[in-house]
Design a protein around this ligand. Sequence first.
Ligand SMILES: *[C@@H]1O[C@H](CO)[C@@H](O)[C@H](O)[C@H]1NC(C)=O
Ligand SMILES: *[C@@H]1O[C@H](CO)[C@@H](O)[C@H](O)[C@H]1NC(C)=O
Length: 533
Amino acid sequence: MCSVNPGHQTRISYNFLLLIILQVGLRKVEGVWPLPQTFTSSTERYPLKPQTFYFGYRQQSAAQQGCSVLDVAFKRYFSVIFPGYTSGNDHLRCEGKAFFVEISVDSRDCESYPKEDSSERYNLSVADGQASLNAETVWGALRGLETFSQLVYQDDYGSYFVNKTDIEDFPRFPFRGLLLDTSRHYLPVSAILKTLDAMAYNKFNVFHWHIVDDPSFPYQSRTFPNLSKQGAFHPMTHIYRQSDVRRVISYARMRGIRVLPEFDSPGHTKSWGRGQPDLLTSCYKRGIPSGTFGAVNPAQPSTYQFMMSLFKEVSSLFPDSYIHLGGDEVDFSCWRSNPYIRAFMQKMGFGVDFPKLQAFYMENIVNITSALNKTSIVWQDVFDYHEQLSSLSVVEVWKQGCYLCEVRRVAKAGIRVILASPWYLDQPGPTHNWARYYTVWPLAFTGTEDQKRLVIGGEVCMWGEYVDAANLSPRLWPRASAAAERLWSDEKQTSSVDNAFPRLQEFRCKLLRRGVQAEPLHVGHCKHEYQGV
Ligand SMILES: *[C@@H]1O[C@H](CO)[C@@H](O)[C@H](O)[C@H]1NC(C)=O
Ligand SMILES: *[C@@H]1O[C@H](CO)[C@@H](O)[C@H](O)[C@H]1NC(C)=O
């Protein structure tokens, strides 16, 4: 089993000669996406075979066998590297012929959950027929495994190789998110898990789950079961049970991805009202209730009792230290029409200043969630209406137009920023427009170093009006990959669209090989075309 087939050897060297001849005038583009911070590789290459390939822990490593995150990742990446093979458990150690990837992790954080400040740094060195991967945390080790898997390639005869390589790598931004909207269309859990796989291939690390909105409320609450019973598209088939949510969180964690839940209010809550009467504001027409409802009613104490119970449940289910509270696009007309709201505003001294009423509401919700030890993120509207709101921690910039002006304003106010405006991928731009998502310069505003450090990252948004599981993957990939490189890699090294293009084409072929239905970028072919599922 361990002996090398001599006939095969000859074939390799024959192929090698052929390759050298073919190389003249050919540009090789195998590599890693997103581009590592420092990367050197040579033409010295080592053969790999599934029968004699191992991942293992170095003796000095704090994490050892039994480290759930990595043990499982070894199996996963074995199958990614050698499609069609699963890693055996009865490996023979064949001196001199085996290929080892030795992993060393400084901290023993195998059971933990990835955090905003978790290190994702790793060093990877492939030399002398083996590889060594060092990281501070298991999350860094996961990023390194992904990189290693992308370095392996096959020749025309199907033999596997990896070149001598040295990589030192770390992300440019700590927050690299992708938003899925499961309210406008329901996405089956399997579609979410597939997206998490593809996110890991792109080194995204935050899944922003915009789980509920106006059209439907698929989150099944233990405390308020009527919300999904009345508010989901279907109370049994189009919901996320607590067990589904836990499955998504654990699947994401295994890939070093945080799950950031969003319960957007006071606007975008029509579906909430169906299962929770009295939560929304009753709109008035000519002095009487018109039968329609507007934003959450900020004037009654029962609203805050409800929110307290809901967020208590959500906070214990989702382990992330962040929670997204929304706060965008509140339509004031219904509040304005309602005499009780107007009377409340008089009593509070707000006059007819509706943004003040929204600020009052948001402040209450932020206080509820901070009492639950959560850091809140809000859409930029909340900041725009009340820059002085002292409780704001993170603002997500989403509006089109001069988004860098907004980034600058938020950073100047000393508040952390996430940039989403240039990455609204739900708008069905043609794939060849990927460069538009690539040529985004999140720090190109005048500001101090400290202000720029407040820009913690960016996010790709896939709103669901025209997207469900049927077209999710091709609409996301590989356009989201352009944003992934912008958020991970060094800006100077990745400023050229022309250099990126062949690399992205190659990466898209890798995604296809891994079963991700990524759209083509232009005329061309992949060695392994998509074969259906
Ligand atoms: C890997 O090595 C092969 C030949 O040994 C060479 O053709 C190829 O360009 C190398 N790839 C990289 C990324 O250095
Ligand atoms: C849920 O809705 C049903 C039917 O509309 C109602 O009878 C029940 O009281 C509601 N439960 C709660 C906890 O509000």
